[in-house]
Ligand binder design. Sequence first.
Ligand SMILES: [Fe+2]
Length: 252
Amino acid sequence: MSYVLSFKPAIGLYGQHDPSAAIFDDGELRFAIEEERLTREKHAVDTFPERAIRACLEYEGIDLGDLEKIVLPYEPALRTKILDHYLKNTVRLDGTLEKFTHLRNVGRDQFKSRYVPTRLVESRLEEIGTPLPPIERRSHHACHAVSAFHPSTFDEALVLTIDAKGEYDSTVVWHATADGLTRLRTYEHPNSWGLFYAAVTNYLGYRMFNGEGKVMGLAPFLFSAVFSSNPLELGVLTGGWATPITAIRIRL
Ligand SMILES: [Fe+2]
């Protein structure tokens, strides 16, 4: 038996939505569940996946101390690569107080991600049980890539991961083989198709990071029902799209 638990914390540095947990035994997926299924709150925003973790452990009849390790799908140490972007944002802000507050928050996050990247997660896990196994962290986009590649049954593939934002990267091209991943190309925040999709979702009246699935589902029905041509394409090509996309900058 060699148990590994993985989960998305959805607190602190680890994102805000869709926490979940999965448990593996000797590399084989045994059980996985999203926290929202247990709390009955859609996307379980800002929620530590305590119920999902407990469900994984209960399924195997084990405790946290029986795990070989825990793996988190985010590497806070990589956030130093986004520092440039946040410092540029600080310069653009109006007012000395706003600049100072923003700079202080950036410094605090950088310190946490460098020196205490898992402390918050550890304290929540200690409420479930002790001793804690070692906690490892992985690049967010690498996790997306392997979760698509390994179940695909391909021996080799090009993998494209498009997210709102990983630690600093928004889109990555990978070469994947059974031996692992090679990062071929990286598109960094704020150049993000995921955030652009979030802006479209917001424009259509849905909540960002919540209604994207509805937009995806509705998209095929739009043209024939309402428009004779593609309004998004028209707006982009003519520059006539008047949505204040820059307004979402404060959310990033
Ligand atoms: Fe993601």
